[in-house]
Structure formats: C-alpha cells, structure tokens
Design a protein around this ligand. Structure first.
Ligand SMILES: [Zn+2]
Length: 364
C-alpha cells in the first residue's frame, strides 16, 4: 500500500530517540507520502520544525497542547511558569517558516486535572492565531466535547479534529463547517462501535488518517510503538466498513489531507486565494446545497413539489458530477478557479431533468 498520509504524529518524542533517523528514512519505503509532525509546546517545536526541514514528506504543526499546562517539565510550566501568553508570543517566529503549515496540537482535555479556565483561554487564543494566519488547526479533544465544539462553532477553523471520539451527529455538522476528522488505531480496536457508526455517517471527504504515534498503534500491532506505516491497518478496517479496497481508502483520505492542509503536493506551496474545498452538504430534504467554502458556490434547491425519490436521484447525479470533476483533477481537491464555469453546463442539463433551482454565490 502507498499514499499514506499521517495527519498527526509526534516523532520528536523521546520514544524515537534511539532510532529516529533510521525510522524516518524508512517511512517512504513503507508507503508513507506525508506526515504532519505536531509540536506540543515551545520545547519540542524546534525539533518538529527540524524534522520538516530534514524530510521532504514531513510538515510541522506548532502550538501549545493543553496538557503542557500541567506537566512540570514542559516549558509552559518549567520556563514560563504557566504564562502561556508569553510562550505563545515567543513561538510566533515559527509561523514564518514555510514548513510550518498548521497550528497544533491545540485543544481541551478534561481527562487530566488541568486548569479549566487557562486551557479554555489558551485554546481560544490559538484558534484566533490560526484565523489571523489563515492556517488550519490540529485539535485535541479529550472528554471535552461540549466546550471544544462551542469554540469550533464560534471560530469555524479548517483543520482536523484528531482522534475523533464524538458522536455521528456531531461528526456531520463538524464536517459541514469545514473540519476533517482524524481516525487512527482506536478505530481498529474491538468494541470501536462508535467509530464505526461515525465512519458510516460522516461524508468520506471529511475523513483523514493518523497515528498519534508513538501511541495508539492499531490492531494487530496494538500496544507496540506506533509509526505511520501502521496506518495501512487502519485503512484495512475502514475499507471493511466502507466496502472499499484499502488502497482506495488511502488514496481518498490522502486527497482529503492534501486539501485540508494544502500540503504534500510535490512540494507545491498552498495557494490560499484560490483553494477551494469541494464539499456537498446534504441538508434537510428537499432543500440541498452544493458549495465550495471560501469560493463561489452553487446553491441548489429542490422545490417541495419535486418528489423525494426524484430529488434523491438528482442529488446523486450532482454528487457524481462533483466526484468526476475531482477525479479529473488528480482525485485531489480542486485548485480550480474555473470550477463554476466548468460545471455549469452539466448542472444545467441535470436541472432540466430534475427540476431543481440553482444560484451561484460568492462564499467567504
Ligand atoms: Zn497528539
């Protein structure tokens, strides 16, 4: 298998000290096409960025993890005495580095006894930072769904909710507002019924894969030190759920990761001004929408007098149109500024058949 993109890794952790270089060098041979190395504080950020400079398939996310507020040896405590604002200010220069493509790992954690207000303020400040820098985020949410979602609703970042552990319902609206959901080893564990439910409900365009290595090794290597090559096992499990070949799962999720992070496209820098994220939101029937956030969008509406069956069929055709368009652009997110012009003739044809209306709008 190949085209593995690991959207959440910690290769700078000490569990890799003994053989880091040998392991990193072996990853491409194991099918790994991309890694997002996530820092957790100012202490490991330089190592994360150094990995991204050393290995062309590695990019870095820089941020302060909520657990760093409670770890005595994390610089957030040891150097800054809990003054995360000062630490974050000191980390600003990292974001001028083109190898740093995201703000992460950031989020909320109620599993460990961490100061509630501080972590909330820290997360919010980093969401503001991501908005200011127009960067995606890598979000950690452990037993803190309600507060995490409230801030995600408020700031509407793009990025990944890593190791997604919420409900299927929440997965759907998160995907609609532009978040991808990260799945890794946990999705392969026996009793991962919730993950199976979520994977069945969520649009596949919102699913990305990850390790969170050195932790969370999937079955059948559970309990061992994890690395990005093991994502192949996750693809096998998701392939069972989706009735897809594991390689197809890898290709699809890799395309999603490339779109979300604007990276791993053969070294091409992201083009934030014309990047479009084709996503089709199926909202309440019989009114449906197809849109590209931050770009122009088709607003498609099936009037109430169109029978549900016919609307369904028309909708499927529209979805197919979008899928074909993506395929004609290397199966990746379309970087096309002529998306509307390209698709309009075909949309018009379907309109004549299925009786929907459409308008074209500029979306932010
Ligand atoms: Zn992590």
């Amino acid at each position: 298998m190949n085209n593995i993109i690991d959207t959440h890794a910690h290769y700078s952790s000490r569990q890799f000290d003994a053989d880091r270089d040998a392991l990193m060098a072996a990853l491409p041979g194991g099918g790994v096409a991309g890694v997002l190395e996530c820092a957790t504080h100012s202490g490991d950020a330089p190592a994360a960025v150094a990995l991204a400079h050393r290995y062309p398939f590695v990019r870095a996310a820089v941020g302060i993890h909520p657990e760093s507020l409670g770890e005595e040896d994390a610089p957030t405590v040891a150097v800054y005495g809990g003054d995360w604002r000062a630490e974050l200010a000191a980390m600003r220069p990292f974001f001028e580095d083109p190898a740093v493509i995201a703000v992460g790992e950031i989020g909320l954690d109620h599993h460990w006894p961490l100061p509630a207000r501080e972590q909330l303020e820290l997360f919010e400040a980093q969401l503001q930072l991501a908005a200011e820098l127009d960067l995606p985020v890598s979000v950690h949410d452990r037993e803190a769904h309600a507060e995490t979602y409230a801030l995600l609703r408020q700031y509407k970042p793009r990025g990944v909710l890593h190791c997604y552990s919420g409900s299927a319902e929440d997965a759907v609206w998160l995907a609609e507002q532009g978040m991808a959901l990260g799945f890794g080893g946990a999705a392969t564990y026996k009793g991962a019924k919730r993950a199976a439910k979520v994977l069945a409900a969520v649009p596949r365009s919102a699913v990305v894969l990850e390790t969170d290595c050195p932790y969370m090794a999937p079955e059948p290597v559970r309990g061992r030190r994890n690395d990005s090559r093991n994502i192949a096992h996750v693809a096998v499990r998701i392939g069972e759920l989706w009735d897809m070949d594991p390689q197809q799962v890898l290709d699809l999720t890799a395309a999603n990761a490339r779109r979300v992070f604007g990276a791993w496209e053969g070294g091409t820098p992201p083009m934030p001004n014309i990047v479009c994220k084709p996503s089709i939101d199926r909202t309440e029937e019989p009114s449906m929408k197809a849109r590209i956030p931050k770009h122009r969008e088709f607003i498609i509406d099936f009037p109430k007098d169109v029978p549900a069956e016919k609307a369904d069929e028309g909708w499927d055709k529209l979805m197919g149109l979008m899928e074909d368009y993506k395929k004609s652009h290397n199966g990746q997110t379309v970087y096309s500024p002529t998306f509307i012009e390209d698709l309009e003739p075909a949309v018009k044809e379907l309109q004549a058949q299925y009786g929907f209306t459409y308008t074209i709008q500029n979306s932010k």
